[in-house]
Design a protein around this ligand. Structure first.
Ligand SMILES: [Zn+2]
Length: 114
């Protein structure tokens, strides 16, 4: 990876980590699922950036004895891992949202007789 690209990726990782820290604090203090979800999104952005950073660095390596065709497949594998992570995050947020709205409805039905 070129030096500028590497620097930009490192800055991105630091910024996303900082954003995660601020958002998770605000989310926990306000007990807001939306803000906590956004914080987790920033965390997965950080993890994705680290995975992509490693993959781009690995793919630029020359072929060696263990990998006679080179290391170019590192990038699509990283893309697959990032996509799976994003899918799991989306499902978990959907799951938490449905659970919390159902539990609210349940409380209203049982205790408030609405
Ligand atoms: Zn190798």
């Amino acid at each position: 990876m070129k030096n500028k690209g590497r620097q930009a990726t490192i800055i991105l990782i630091i910024c996303n980590t900082f954003l995660f820290a601020i958002k998770i604090s605000a989310g926990i203090m306000s007990n807001s699922l939306a803000i906590i979800s956004d914080a987790i999104n920033s965390l997965t952005d950080t993890i994705s950036s680290i995975i992509i950073f490693i993959a781009v660095r690995t793919s630029s390596k020359q072929a060696d004895e263990g990998h006679p065709f080179g290391h170019h497949r590192a990038e699509p594998i990283a893309g697959l891992i990032v996509a799976i992570l994003a899918g799991i995050l989306g499902f978990e947020i959907l799951h938490m949202s449905v659970l919390s709205s159902w539990s609210l409805m349940y409380i209203r039905l049982v205790f408030l007789q609405l």
